[in-house]
Write a new protein. Sequence first.
Length: 539
Amino acid sequence: MRDEHDCDVLVVGAGPTGLCTALMLVQNGVRVRIVDRKPGPVEQARAAIVHARTLEFLDRLGVGEAAVARGLPITDVAIHESGRHAGTMPLAGEGTGDQTRFPYALALEQFETERVLVEALAEHDVAVEWDSTVDDLVDTGDGVRARVSTEDATATVTARWLVGADGASSTIRKFLGQEFDGETYTQSGMLADVTLDVDLGVKGMRLNLTRGGFVGILPLASGRYRLFGVVPPDIHQAPEQTGGPSHESYAALDHADLQRWFDNYFRVDARLDEVIWASMFRFHSRLASRFRVGNAFLVGDAAHIHNPAGGQGLNLGVGDAVNLAWKLAQVVNGEAPPWLLDTYEAERRPIAQTVLKRTDLGFKLETGNNAVAVWMRTHVATRVVGVVSRLAPVRRMFFHMFSQLWINYRGSRAVGPGGGALKPGDRAPYAPIKQTRDGARSVLDLTHGGGYHVLLFSCDDVDAEALAQRLADRYVAAVTTHVIPSSEHAAYRSYHVDGALMVVVRPDGHIAAVADPAQPESVVAFLDGVLVRTPALQR
């Protein structure tokens, strides 16, 4: 079947979401082509915040350290009201270092993210086919047929599967006939990268709440600053949008207008030395009616877009990429049944709905111009922030929410039995351990690599070697077992070990099943459903 098509998977769109999809697929031996209408990687920063869960995914793909080396860790958000400091909320700090290897948000320009991923793909002899537009798409039943045009030629590409990662104005979504329901806000937004004649520090983001909404400053590793936020009508009004939802630029502000916006709304005594680039856009909140149609899938902004409150967009897209890619790889490689692909939409669409609802609420509280919203921002919000920002449980909750460590797939068909403190579908706890000979520094590190991973705790009364061999021999996919010694106290605490424990982790780092290793049959029955057994055991 695989040889009948030009490739196993055609990825359309080479932003961070499409690149992560392609990289995970090729790392698992899948034949991939990736095309993009742009002439090359973006030159502007655009998305500039990478949260902890996304950094964990990049680490799983082998590019986490390269990303961190090019970015700037951001540890807190200093919240102001009309220039007056109201409080500081953490993007790192106390209680977070044992939750993840990356207890911070990373300020990382999108072009740097893309370069890291493009370089990693090149190591697998996969190059992005730039200046390539998909002009037509047909589902053939056993795959897809796409007409791809460049400046010089038009060719037909056949693939078993197609992934549409081509952004908010996705042509793939339109070919699939999917509605993109939601709303477009009346407010205009601005992104600008500038240099300032003042040093604002390199650890935190500054957010200022005003009568007109919110504005913020994010330091970047290059020494520049990202300015973002709502642009009030008295500064400049973006023209009406045409051609459907998009985050593309509508109008540029000249240097004087930018300085006036900065002076009136940021409340920082500084001058703009240089404007590297600036872009106005409309705020949207939209969700595709389906994330899968036949042999094609939508990921990232092609499937959902929302206002930028919390910097969740790129991170949500990378989560889509990883969730879909490991499932596609297993199906393409004959390791899992085709129904597994149905769980992509079942797992990710509810997450997108939740993020859209949260960011909508936050955005409306931050920007609403009715009397109640303005009064809440002026008299309540900043006072509440000042109080709760000093409470450790609130600080941990704030980090957990924005880092996307909260995402789970409980109840999915792709997770199995188990209960108690660890629930199937949850992200497997990070849990630092003594560095192994293979370089793993946490339990989560042990689960990198293809296939499922089985973690065994307090298994002295269990023949761990025999259990590991049984699982390894039973399935076409790799199932690797790790015995966690009792000396790893942090791991035992994080996994709430109270007696013998068996935890099965999926290829995306989420818990698949939990059981007593002395009674593994429930886990075996679950794996028999989600994995293809070796030929000798199929008879």
